[in-house]
Design a protein around this ligand. Structure first.
Ligand code: ZN
Length: 323
């Protein structure tokens, strides 16, 4: 453990290592109409691993009818060339998903429950209580298959249907995950309603309830303050963030949802603040460019346009003002 050179409030003595979890091929591609061929997904993920990203949320074991883009979950997982520190994750929304996951080389299954009943019904077609009642058996199936369990709390910082969410509701879902044997909880800002202040209060409340739980922030840049929220999380000691290459992403069941915070932009911010991500920025930018060409449209990432901070341009290439 080394100290962070740029101190964020009480974070001065915190660990400088930050885990950037790539979710682009799941959270990003799930809403894309262009079906990316399985072989291209595998190449993308292998290139992500080569750029230094270690943890990848690869896919989702949803019904192929509901999300055709994720129909190749098993094939994609089978095609990935692992490195020693690779952690492959996927969304496991129900028992059928857990059974499918157990036939693959998955490391961690991510269970899902929204802190808003309305969003949970849209997303999973069940109430929160019904979802929580099903968690132990889904988790037990994953554990029996040698797969670790993480739990994601969607709309933890606000819901587009219900507005503000009671922090106690987020805490109870996190406790249900802990009771089911989850080793991590992801607090998800599904539609970009988090602010630095509610990041602080939700993180503090969950940590007070579950001090040993590994917490991850899943942030969207819907209102342009995604990286500001990441800084607020860092100041609270959070060292794990979901992000997507090029800023891909959204949620098909939430109006107005836009992309995740962008992996290259997050890596750039973290590294410039003195945190270590293990990610090679230029190579991550290369993956974002590849994703753009696969989808045939520009992505929202910004560092991929401007390049690293010290990418200099020949002065002769720019005309002087004519006074
Ligand atoms: Zn998301």
């Amino acid at each position: 453990m080394s100290n962070v050179p740029y101190s964020l409030a009480e974070d001065a003595l915190g660990d400088a290592n930050v885990e950037v979890i790539e979710v682009g091929t799941r959270d990003g591609l799930q809403i894309e109409r262009t079906i990316v061929p399985t072989a291209e997904k595998i190449t993308l993920i292998n290139t992500m691993l080569a750029s230094g990203l270690r943890s990848i949320e690869v896919t989702s074991f949803v019904s192929p009818k509901a999300v055709p883009q994720m129909a190749d979950a098993e094939q994609v997982l089978a095609g990935i060339v692992r490195r020693p520190d690779t952690v492959l994750m996927a969304l496991v929304p129900n028992m059928r998903a857990a059974e499918r996951a157990c036939t693959t080389p998955l490391d961690d299954g991510v269970l899902l429950c929204s802190a808003s009943n309305t969003h949970n019904r849209k997303n999973l077609n069940r109430s929160i209580d019904e979802t929580l009642a099903g968690l132990p058996s889904v988790a037990a199936t994953l554990h029996a298959g040698g797969i670790g369990v993480r739990g994601a709390v969607a709309t933890a910082f606000g819901c587009p249907f219900e507005g503000d969410i009671a922090i106690g509701d987020v805490v109870s879902i996190a406790r249900a995950y802990a009771a089911a044997g989850a080793h991590g909880v992801t607090l998800s800002d599904t539609t970009g309603m988090a602010t630095p202040l509610n990041i602080r209060s939700v993180v503090r409340a969950v940590r007070a309830a579950l001090p040993a739980m590994e917490l991850t922030l899943h942030l969207h840049n819907t209102r342009g303050i995604g990286l500001g929220n990441a800084l607020a999380g860092l100041a609270e000691g959070i060292r794990r963030f979901d992000s997507s290459i090029g800023g891909l992403g959204g949620c098909p069941f939430a109006p107005g949802a836009t992309g995740n915070i962008c992996t290259e932009d997050l890596v750039y911010l973290l590294e410039e603040c003195g945190y270590a991500t293990g990610v090679d920025l230029e190579r991550a930018i290369g993956v974002a460019r590849k994703m753009e060409s696969l989808l045939g449209r520009p992505l929202t990432g910004q560092v991929m346009r401007a390049g690293p901070r010290l990418r200099l341009h020949p002065a002769d290439a720019v005309r002087a003002a004519q006074g």
